[in-house]
Design a protein around this ligand. Structure first.
Ligand SMILES: [Zn+2]
Length: 158
């Protein structure tokens, strides 16, 4: 971890609030931040439900996490996966760690929706032309539903 590299890091800047996340944080504590993916540049809509879960610390990859960060990350990913299935009707949840551009771990949590043709299963799931997509308003509504699901789950299953 270096302050020098985290100063310019897109993800660290997002956690500090310098860059806005569409729909705001879905989950946040002292170790973990989870939010919706940005609308890709040049587009007006994003693949709905494509989430990013990140350690707050500027850690490059899974191998760099502390046990506490790893446990927290796993729990958040699991709860978000449940939320995407229950609240958004996803039939399967993919997790990807690519990290080709930003040296700060971000786990892509990608729902696959019913009807997605086999050719789009896997890393191309967000390329399915008929997949649910939305702009800032739809993303904000989805994030609010996920937050509500997580809150209710926490209440019934402490
Ligand atoms: Zn960072």
């Amino acid at each position: 971890m270096s302050d020098l590299s985290s100063t310019d890091c897109f993800i660290c800047r997002k956690h500090r609030g310098d860059i806005s996340t569409p729909g705001g944080a879905i989950y946040e504590d002292h170790l973990i931040y989870a939010g919706h993916a940005q609308i890709p540049e040049g587009h007006t809509a994003a693949y709905l439900g494509l989430l990013l879960v990140e350690p707050k610390r500027h850690a490059p990859g899974l191998a760099d996490l502390t046990d506490a960060e790893a446990q927290a990350l796993g729990l958040v990913v699991t709860r978000l996966s449940r939320a995407l299935k229950a609240s958004e009707g996803a039939e399967h949840i993919y997790l990807f760690v690519l990290g080709h551009h930003v040296p700060h771990l971000h786990i892509h949590v990608a729902p696959r929706y019913p009807g997605a043709p086999r050719e789009y299963w896997g890393v191309r799931v967000d390329e399915w032309p008929a997949a649910p997509r939305g702009g800032p308003q739809e993303i904000a509504a989805l994030c609010a539903r996920l937050r509500a699901y997580l809150e209710n789950e926490g209440r019934s299953n402490p």
